[in-house]
Design a protein around this ligand. Sequence first.
Ligand code: HEM
Length: 415
Amino acid sequence: MHENPTPPAPKLFTWEFASDPYPAYAWLREHAPVHRTELPSGVEAWLVTRYADARQALADQRLSKNPLHHSEHAHGKGKVGIPGERSANLMTHLLNIDPPDHTRLRRLVSKAFTPRRVAEFAPRVQELTDRLIDGFCEKGGADLIHEFAFPLPIYAICDMLGVPPEDQDDFRDWAGMMIRHGGGPRGGVARSVKKMRTYLAELIHRKREDLGDDLISGLIRASDHGEHLTENEAAAMAFILLFAGFETTVNLIGNGTYALLRHPEQRERLQRALAEGDASLLATGVEELLRYDGPVELATWRFATQNLVIGGQRIAEGDPVLVVLAAADRDPERFADPDALDLSRRDNQHLGYGHGIHYCLGAPLARLEGQTALATLLRRLPDLRLAAAPEDLRWRGGLIMRGLRTLPVEFTARP
Ligand code: HEM
């Protein structure tokens, strides 16, 4: 008889799993580090959960981002990608393509979406953050997802792209539809994607006549060896900036605030450092929050373009591979005491923004928004606390993203 029989395999993708997937990921890392499973959509995919395998897979060019490489696509059953995007002709975005197209498009967008543009945007992010907190600080309570984490990134990216203020609430509605039904009915999502696409195409058309200093104008202007983005490519690019930069940042603010509220000693440390004018703990802290409970639970789809081996496991050509960033970032082989939140963690090469050629293009903007949002919340509402028991909070059951549906908080009301 074995003294320590292997515990039974955990059930994946249940509500219990959605609220705390980390024990299941620990089991997979230990017992089935490259694991084939059926997803809720019915698609079969490999889950990669160890840090070393995950990092290697993210950089492996034999894994394509193009859904045409999915074996099911050949049978007309392809079910992956953003609902509505096929019909909407938004397929040519960065997360769906490989080199050399990816290299060309990424080089062009990098000329417009520069770290300098992001740095110059800092005062605007602070203004938006303060305006949103002004909206609820007199009430003594709020749902931080709906009143803060959700609107901040959508207004920020709309502003940066150059969407006029009077149209931004439309984006808020479309984005709300996409986030609410991300894992559910596809009809409404597809309609919202279509409306967004039509709007962006018209906006790009108008901007071409009257270039400004916004990011869409920058995308139109960007050229490389005489090459420009076509209008279609510019629309797909604007769309992916919105789509990739929106729910992720909502969840960085939501998951990050929640983790701080659950770790009072860490939160007090951060509050003290901020009060003393020391921003270094804020910088390492936001990286640690990304590692500890990041917004992107699974990296986006990859497909084997040939038979290959990951972590000793044979993967067949056409098979989908999902790299589980949330599992890799808690791997004890890579991180000391991985289940502990340590805002000053130094050796922290987490995979929360991915790795390799698809490494998050928006990381500088995400850092700016995350740091501004958390620092301003803690400064303006110093006694912020949870207004619900953790077991009563509901997490969204989406496949790729990890985030809370609501985050009820209370605090001393102030004018
Ligand atoms: C790619 C995470 C915010 C734009 C990625 C990837 C991850 C990620 C993991 C790689 C996916 C893969 O390899 O499958 C995050 C997180 C964010 C965030 C955690 C917030 C905390 C943003 C923002 C923007 C953005 C604010 C833009 C405004 C993009 C784009 C890509 C990308 C365009 C595709 C890059 C490529 O394929 O070359 N992001 N992201 N992201 N992200 Fe982010």
